[in-house]
Design a protein around this ligand. Structure first.
Ligand code: WT7
Length: 658
């Protein structure tokens, strides 16, 4: 597949992107007070390793490193070799020790309107108690812990308690199915799951522990289930295995002495979709990860720990929540808002009400939500006082220029710099982004690699395409927060990221990109079989496997079709088994089945029942043609089809279901 004709179907808008002439320079006032100036680029260019060593000084190291980077076993990097630190100490205790114990770490806002205010001193007590509880359960450094929770403070406390003990956490998004949880627990052989009785979803309490009960029936590695009471929902209880948080954690001592771990000690595994059906356990370690999370959070968002109120709207189930709710902001002693619920509960102004209430000054969200706000109407944010905002961020997918301009005008009062941040679960932290006090930003462009980061757009042969050219995005230098591998699968790590441009030693990101005439980078969407639905990565194969596991389905092909709100929507083409009935009920059954197998976020927007699927002579499904059908475009070249009449058959014989 060629970049630009990529999964997001952005090809058609390429020409528009290239004539984008608007650019918004930071105001003089903003530039004068910014954390990062243009000098940062020069400093990093002069000596990259010295630059990163200086960034690592943001942290407290129990033992200093002997070497900044060891890349001799590439693609397996070691950063800050022989250095030792405790990640949780860096995110919590040291702020208390420096006299900031009374500073609010988290303004927590529950979906039903209940609130909690947690200072750094409170956080230290809570994390210490939780660490003591996990140690009492016999968990030891290196063990894995699964966390399957909504956005309650205990979720963050659990992550930090793991970090404090050197336990490797694997957070599983609370919207994933019990089957998704089961496979992740099994892959990591986790000993403990932390969960809640239930979670609030659009004003209703729904069960969560039931999914854990179902999952752990098939995962012998799990010894205990630790349960936070959130909704008061009735739960089944397995004596000996299940423990209430309020019984076990609350009785623990508030004192806990953190131990320093090696810079390369595994901090977390986070599963993400790839091009096959099996999610990849992306492994991140400690010193380099925390260094880059803190460095980017400080410079990209221009964080002023004494005055800013920061809010990232992500969920801790995704990497954005790991790096920009937990580790980056807390390492930087930020005061932040954490919100439990959905943006339209109980009304469509909820986010703006929260911005007004806490005087949020930095707001970081996803394009899909910005487009949803646009749909809800400008009169909604206009009702609130948003004058506290000073930096706006975007992440997760390409932001279209219209959404960018709307964000700037209706949320940012034409004042706030917008930082469009490109990165991935695998990169651990932001890689390509404007610096808000330096960069003149263009609506829709992530602009340039951050100081210390090497990124390029290359052609098939790995050659830089140069200004005005398009191709594949690669990272040509190792970076501190890079993934250290795929859990338990070294070969897949090499194959997925390092073989495409093996000769040059480039990391292949899987994204298409383009340089404009000024050399600014425009991301164009995935070039592989990975979809991006509301900023969430979902593999076509994963949804196909879920569909064919249904008794009515003989064969399935899934594509991401462009969607005005979610970026892409999942469209499934299915061939039913001879004895299966057709019609609307089958579409509904299949959509529900996928939600059960993977989670509601993977529910196809549309199911099309077809008599055949278009395949190449080698038997590969031609997704490009299916995407054309799904997006109602005229069909492209079909000469490589095994049987080109198939497309006609499909277009004429479609039974659409939704
Ligand atoms: C994929 C990574 C990074 C945290 C959230 C997603 C797409 C991400 C941007 C952006 C264009 C973007 C890419 C990337 N992506 N940010 N600012 N502009 N595309 O993490 O689930 O690992 O997905 O999201 O396609 O490869 P993820």
């Amino acid at each position: 597949m060629t970049p630009g004709s990529g999964a997001s179907g952005e090809g058609a808008t390429l020409d528009n992107l290239l004539v984008e002439e608007r650019a918004f320079a930071p105001t003089e006032e903003f530039a004068a007070q910014a954390n990062a100036t243009a000098a940062l680029y020069a400093e990093a260019a002069a000596d990259r390793e010295a630059f990163w060593a200086k960034q690592a000084e943001r942290l407290h190291w129990e033992t200093r490193w002997s070497q900044v980077l060891d890349w001799t076993k590439a693609p397996f990097a070691r950063w800050f070799v022989d250095g030792r630190l405790n990640v949780a100490y860096n995110c919590v205790d040291r702020h208390v020790e420096s006299g900031h114990g009374d500073q609010v770490a988290i303004h927590w806002e529950g979906e039903p309107g209940d609130t909690r205010t947690i200072t750094y001193a409170d956080l230290k007590r809570e994390v210490s108690k939780a660490a003591n509880a996990l140690a009492a359960l016999g968990l030891r450094a290196g063990d894995r812990v699964a966390i399957y929770m909504p956005m309650v403070p205990e979720a963050i406390v659990s992550m930090l308690a793991c970090a404090r003990l050197g336990l490797t956490h694997s957070v599983v998004f609370g919207g994933f199915s019990s089957e998704a949880l089961r496979s992740r627990i099994e892959d990591a052989a986790a000993r403990l799951v932390i969960t809640t009785d239930g979670q609030y979803r659009r004003g209703k309490a729904v069960a969560l522990k039931t999914a854990v009960d179902e999952a752990v029936r098939h995962t012998p590695s799990i010894e205990h289930v630790l349960v936070v009471r959130r909704t008061g929902t009735d739960v089944d209880w397995s004596d000996g295995r299940d423990l209430w948080w309020h019984d076990l954690v609350d009785e623990q001592s508030e004192e806990h002495t953190p131990e320093a771990f090696d810079s390369e000690h595994p901090l977390f595994i986070l599963y993400t979709s790839g091009t096959t059906g099996k999610p990849k356990g992306i492994l991140h370690t400690s010193g380099g990860y925390l260094t880059q999370a803190a460095y980017t959070h400080y410079n990209v968002f221009d964080l002023k720990p004494d005055s800013d109120v920061y809010w990232c709207t992500a969920d801790i189930g995704w990497v954005t929540g790991h790096s920009y709710i937990v580790y980056g902001p807390l390492a930087n002693r930020a005061t932040q808002v954490v919100y439990e619920g959905t943006p339209n509960t109980p009304h469509e102004g909820r986010h703006w009400e929260i911005v007004q209430k806490y005087k949020v000054s930095i707001y970081y969200t996803a394009p899909t939500l910005i487009r949803t706000f646009m749909k809800w109407g400008t009169d909604i944010p206009a009702k609130y006082d948003l004058s506290s905002l000073r930096v706006l961020g975007s992440v997760g997918e390409p932001i279209n220029p219209e959404a960018w301009m709307w964000y700037r005008e209706h949320i940012g009062a034409n004042q706030c710099p917008i930082v469009d941040t490109w990165w991935q679960t695998e990169t651990g932290a932001i890689m390509i982004s404007p610096l808000p006090g330096v960069t003149a930003t263009k609506p829709g462009s992530a602009m340039a690699p951050l100081p210390g980061i090497g990124a390029k757009v290359v052609d098939d042969s790995g050659a830089d395409v140069g200004k005005g050219g398009g191709g594949y995005l690669v990272l040509d230098q190792p970076w501190p927060s890079m993934l250290r591998g795929i859990w338990g699968d070294e070969q897949r790590y090499r194959d997925t990221y390092w073989s495409r441009f093996g000769e040059q030693g480039y990391y292949f990101a899987g994204d298409g990109a383009k340089y404009d005439a000024d050399g600014a980078i425009w991301l164009l969407g995935r070039v592989d079989d990975v979809m991006n639905v509301s900023g969430h990565r979902i593999s076509t194969t994963e949804v196909e496997s879920a569909l064919v596991s249904h008794p009515s389905v003989a064969e399935a092909a899934v594509v991401g079709a462009s969607d005005p709100t979610t970026g892409q929507g999942i469209v499934a083409f299915v061939i039913l088994r001879g004895d299966a009935g057709g019609g609307d009920s089958v579409a509904k059954d299949l959509r529900d089945h996928v939600a059960r197998e993977i989670g509601p976020i993977a529910k196809p927007r549309q199911i099309m029942v077809v008599p055949e699927l278009p395949k190449t002579r080698s038997g590969k499904i031609m997704r490009r043609l299916l995407r054309d059908v799904a997006e109602n475009r005229s069909l492209g070249d079909v000469t490589t089809l095994q049987d080109s009449s198939v497309m006609e058959l499909i277009s004429s014989g479609l039974q659409k279901g939704t």
